[in-house]
Design a protein around this ligand. Structure first.
Ligand code: GLU
Length: 374
């Protein structure tokens, strides 16, 4: 599963973000990326594959090293293959707003169409990218918001001859407006080069926790990315968001109602967090099955259209129909899950399938003919 880490404070954000991503590695992912605000600009670096690959790319990148505000992500593709372009963070057309997102934006194609008609150009196949453009659209046109000066006020200003003071743009308001347009699930974190000391997080259907340190905040989709830095945390609920900057932390709903949240203490060690309160991993995985199945199907199973959509491999569908043999490589619980896959592939698709220990497979010289899918 995908992961989010965000940092705002006084330290260099990069090491905290990268370490945080590594803590989330156990959840699985296919690509990773980071965006840091420094010197009035947004610096983004992404990579398909492992976090170590991302680290290599970041080597010697002084701008990213210097920034004290940033977001990072490990992606598990639902819409679009696991490529560098599709890796998060996604940015708007100006390259000044960056978003990392866990979950699925169900109405993304309708939103994308509207945004393209307004002149936005997209650089990825993901559903998530619409968030960056949508927030940008509201942020740049903030005066159209319902808090804009009333006609009466404009009239009064005209009579008194006062020049109305332009209202400053408000990133939090833009995020709220954008999220009101969105159908689907999200845990997200947003940074903007025009609000250089700020990070905004919001959640609906995808967990987000905020670590409250001394002069710093760490946002993460999983406590394991936070505990090294602080045990004081705030748990966001669905439809809530947090705005963090040098003045402190505000929590409010997507509908702009302030909410006061309790800072709670995490009493678990890193290992216990990974175990989620269970005695051992096998038990944890058994109890997580319903949620794991729901997450696997979310956004991929379209019951209304009676369709399955596998965004990460859709571009390979022409190749896949030619499959003559399937090899599933896995270890541990995944190996057992693979055995179920073997039964199903053979029973439903009538394609010979075998399950191999991944730890052995890498050392062998296996016979892989044409039209074998591994
Ligand atoms: N739906 C998004 C994508 O395909 C986010 C996937 C994730 O949760 O990592 O990029």
């Amino acid at each position: 599963m995908c992961g989010i880490v965000g940092y705002v404070g006084r330290k260099s954000a990069k090491p905290i973000l990268i370490e945080g991503l590594k803590r989330l590695e156990y959840r699985g992912y296919d690509s990773a990326g980071i965006a840091v605000v420094h010197d009035g600009r947004l610096h983004v670096c992404k990579s398909a594959g492992r976090i170590t690959g991302l680290e290599e790319r970041l080597d010697g990148n002084a701008e990213i090293q210097a920034g004290a505000v940033g977001v990072a992500h490990t992606r598990w593709a639902t819409h679009g293959p696991p490529t560098e372009e599709n890796a998060h963070p996604h940015t708007d057309c100006t390259g000044r707003i960056a978003v990392v997102h866990n979950g699925i934006i169900e109405n993304y194609s309708a939103l994308k169409q509207v945004l393209e008609d307004k002149g936005h150009t997209f650089g990825s196949d993901t559903d998530s990218e619409v968030l960056a453009h949508l927030i940008s659209e509201f942020y740049r046109n903030d005066e159209n918001d319902d808090n804009a000066p009333s006609e009466r006020q404009v009239l009064r200003d005209n009579i008194t001859g006062e020049t109305p003071v332009p209202r400053p743009r408000d990133l939090a308001r833009a995020v709220q407006q954008a999220l009101r347009e969105v159908a689907g699930t999200y845990g997200l974190a947003v940074v903007c080069a025009d609000e250089p000391g700020m990070i905004i997080a919001a959640r609906k259907g995808s967990p987000l926790i905020i670590g409250v340190g001394a002069d710093e905040y760490i946002v993460a989709s999983d406590a394991s990315a936070i505990v090294e830095h602080t045990v004081n945390v705030i748990y966001l609920n669905d439809n809530e968001m947090a705005v963090m900057d040098e003045t402190g932390l505000r929590t409010l709903t997507i509908d702009n109602v302030p909410v006061s949240k309790q800072v709670q203490q995490i009493e678990w060690s890193l290992e216990q967090i990974a175990l989620g309160g269970f005695e051992h991993f096998m038990l944890k995985e058994i109890f997580e099955q319903p949620e794991a199945l729901r997450n696997s199907c979310r956004g991929r199973l379209d019951l209304r259209e009676n369709r399955i959509q596998l965004g990460g491999i859709a571009h390979l569908s022409r190749e896949l129909v030619k499959t003559r043999r399937i090899v599933l490589t896995a270890c541990g619980t995944a190996w057992h899950a693979g055995l179920i896959g073997e039964y199903l592939f053979e029973d439903l698709a009538r394609i010979p399938t075998e399950v191999e220990y991944a730890s052995e497979f890498r050392y062998r010289n296996p016979i892989i003919e044409n039209h074998t899918v591994v």
